[in-house]
Design a protein around this ligand. Structure first.
Ligand SMILES: Cc1ncc(COP(=O)(O)O)c(C=O)c1O
Length: 399
């Protein structure tokens, strides 16, 4: 069967995985070993020169890592992929493969907090310059690019304000200046968008989220050209060491088999919950790309295959209301992660973005009463009923 022509669900189930030739095991075995034995020293020399030709040591490559990377690369229509021990491991290793001291990064002004810290505090200590811009403002992106700009880095949809960046347009602008575009597509997953098809050079996922889907693993994947992925592996992953364990890679592989099913339900539930919140009197504003009033709704319709399960909303009662809502949910869990089968809630100013000042948060649209919801795959009536009771309770608490 031509697996290039089958649907996304079939690809997510089958691609990247071969039945074990040695035993016929239907599910891939986990090679829980640190090192691999060579037949002879010539093999050792060959494998060490070209890690893609065999296995030498689990920090460089393992069969489970290879299977997971191939699956994600195929779903992203990329030439090659590499899996790492966390989303941040994937982000830092990919960026450090492309920039060195004296280079400049243009990055979106709203990013996952630790990614911002990496750019603003860690890489800058090594002499990497940066400019943060609103990547939905194309003139601002153009103006931020300098002769030494090597990459434009963005998330779309971004965490936590759900801003959507036009990947095609930003890629055209970056490429005119010789810069590469890296897209963190964690909020979307390959079911919802394929940034490489839109002109981006590299796509990154925190596989901790939708790819694995069950909140049972921390992992990351990078997809790009063969040449780039080869460099990420050798010498960057080899020396920076953000390795994924064979077991964790295997866990992500299992989760990915149901990616289409889960994403369909996340999108369906996300839309209904966003509409419910939009009509609630205690809610000031809802940020969800599926709502017609979202500033990039038309772009989202064009660029994405569904609007996903991530929603942010501002509560009229500000910071205290945000905290009170957290303490009022029942079935929904207060947790900072996302993309799980179960619904998770967080108050962004006191949780993921606690280390910014209120003024810094306000400047990038993270208001003090802003709550982020990762809508799970439970029955949507139950999610809404839990939110309804929690919002009632919250109003009583802050009166
Ligand atoms: C958009 C985004 N990218 C990257 C990460 C980091 O992923 P990990 O926790 O797997 O390192 C996160 C974590 O929440 C995230 O939300």
């Amino acid at each position: 069967m031509n697996m290039k022509k089958v649907g996304f669900g079939s690809k997510a189930v089958h691609l990247g995985q071969d039945f074990d030739l040695k035993t016929g095991a239907h599910n891939s075995p986990i090679y829980q070993t640190s090192t691999y034995v060579f037949d002879n020293v010539d093999d050792a020399i060959r494998f060490n020169k070209d890690q893609e030709s065999g296995y030498t040591y689990t920090r460089f490559r393992s069969p489970s890592e290879a299977e997971l990377s191939k699956k994600v690369a195929l779903l992203e229509n990329g030439e090659a992929g590499i899996s790492l021990g966390s989303g941040l491991g994937a982000i830092s290793t990919a960026i450090m493969t492309l920039v060195k001291g004296g280079d400049h990064i243009v990055a979106s002004d709203v990013l996952y907090g630790c990614t911002l810290t990496l750019i603003e505090e860690i890489l800058s200590d090594y002499g990497v310059e940066f400019t943060l811009v609103d990547t939905t403002d194309h003139d601002a992106v153009k103006a931020a690019i300098q002769p030494n700009t090597k990459i434009v880095y963005l998330e779309t949809p971004c965490n936590p304000t759900l801003k959507i960046t036009d990947i095609k347009r930003v890629s055209e602008i970056a490429h005119e200046h010789g810069a590469k575009v890296l897209v963190d597509s964690t909020f979307a997953s390959p079911y919802i968008q394929n940034p490489l098809d839109l002109g981006a050079d590299v796509v990154i996922h925190s596989a901790t989220k939708y790819l694995s889907g069950h909140g049972n693993v921390v992992a990351g994947v990078v997809v790009g050209s063969k040449e780039f992925i080869r460099k990420v592996r050798m010498p960057h992953l080899q020396t920076l060491g953000a390795v994924i364990s064979p077991f964790d890679a295997w866990v992500v592989m299992q989760g990915m088999k149901t990616l289409e099913l889960r994403m369909e339900r996340h999108c369906e539930n996300g839309m209904k919950v966003a509409e419910y919140l939009n009509d609630h009197p205690a809610v000031e504003k809802v940020y969800y790309p599926g709502l017609p009033e979202h500033p990039q709704h038309e772009l989202a319709k064009k660029q994405m295959n569904g609007f996903g399960g991530m929603i942010s909303f501002d509560l009229k009662g500000g910071f205290e209301a945000g905290k009170a809502l957290m303490n009022s949910v029942d079935m929904i869990s207060i947790a900072t992660s996302l993309g799980n089968v179960d619904t998770l809630i967080q108050h962004s100013p006191s949780m993921s973005h606690f280390d910014m000042t209120p003024e810094e948060r306000a400047a990038v649209g993270i208001n003090e009463g802003q709550v982020r919801l990762s809508v799970g795959v439970e029955n949507v009536e139950d999610i809404i009923s839990d939110l309804d009771s929690a919002l009632d309770l919250m109003e009583k608490k802050i009166k």
